[in-house]
Design a protein around this ligand. Structure first.
Ligand SMILES: [Cu+2]
Length: 292
């Protein structure tokens, strides 16, 4: 019995386990990705909290259905009751759902409020513009604005880009030019789509953000990543034939690395990335080799 219980518990843990890197989806993942912002921590908590309501309600309804089917089938209950009214039951099934909705609404509105309240003084402002089928990024508020396009990384370009490590640069998620941002800094994201384009959506699961990119409209959201890493998201609005091929990659680095990259990116973008990758990818590779 104990052994069976341990086996079931281990299976459940395995199914819900997220990758050690915690910055991209993993095969057979059931739960949400590891959160790296306060908002995503709250979203994950709220998701698990609602399960404490959903699962018991589903089990109760299932049990009631089974009970009715078995106990009141025609052969066991040839003369049906003609009851059409029961005050106690009616009060319970009205007040019960009201209370449950209240318990869901209060944390839900708090979370929504936290998401929609823009920080007063963001450290960095970036504009993301979606086009069929790429993302363009622009760092705002600089004398010489840094801007570039970010395309899906094709397999044939991996070698040239130095991105052959498929664990760090997964197929269909890796891009040529990642959005580079500093860790523990408040980032304001302005999101739109090109004027004659269609609606896209900017989504980064580990950050808990998902916002529509609408032509002619500027949406905004914010986040504060608390851990360095290479994070992956995707366009999350059906936008046409290559909707699945416009991933979003954000490289969260230390403030020094960010400043060095930004200073170089304006004049020599490939060089700035090479320098950044040498600083951030090499230690990860060394660790992987050491653990083998
Ligand atoms: Cu899209």
């Amino acid at each position: 019995m104990n052994r069976a219980f341990a086996a079931i518990a281990a299976t459940i843990c395995l199914l819900f386990a997220s990758g050690a890197g915690a910055d991209q989806p993993v095969p057979w993942q059931l739960d949400l990705q590891q959160p790296v912002t306060s908002i995503m921590h709250e979203i994950k908590w709220f998701s698990h909290y609602t399960l404490w309501f959903i699962v018991p309600i589903t089990l109760l309804v299932l049990a009631l259905l089974v009970w009715v089917v078995v106990r009141y089938r025609a052969s066991a209950n040839p003369v049906p009751s003609r009851t059409s009214h029961n005050t106690t039951i009616e009060v319970v099934w009205t007040l019960g759902p009201v209370l449950i909705l209240l318990f869901l609404a209060i944390p839900s509105f708090n979370l929504l409020n936290a998401q929609l309240t823009m920080p007063e003084n963001p450290d960095v402002t970036v504009k993301a513009t979606a086009t069929q089928w790429l993302w363009s990024y622009e760092y705002e508020g600089m004398e010489n604005p840094v801007g570039f396009d970010s395309y899906l990384l094709a397999d044939k370009d991996r070698e040239k880009a130095g991105k052959e490590d498929r664990a760090r640069y997964p197929r269909l998620l890796a891009v040529d030019n990642e959005l580079v941002l500093p860790v523990n800094k408040t980032v304001r994201m302005l999101v739109t789509a090109a004027p004659t384009d269609v609606i896209h959506a900017f989504a980064m699961p580990a950050f808990g953000i998902k916002i529509d990119a609408v032509p002619g409209r500027l949406n905004e959201t914010w986040f504060r990543a608390e851990k360095e890493g290479l994070y992956y998201g995707q366009c999350s609005e059906l936008c046409g034939k290559d909707h699945a091929f416009m991933p979003i990659a954000i490289r969260v680095v230390s403030e020094d690395q960010y400043k060095t990259w930004l200073a170089a990116a304006g004049s020599d973008l490939p060089g700035a990335y090479r320098q950044l990758m040498a600083a951030t990818d090499a230690p990860a590779r060394a660790v992987a080799v050491a653990s083998n």
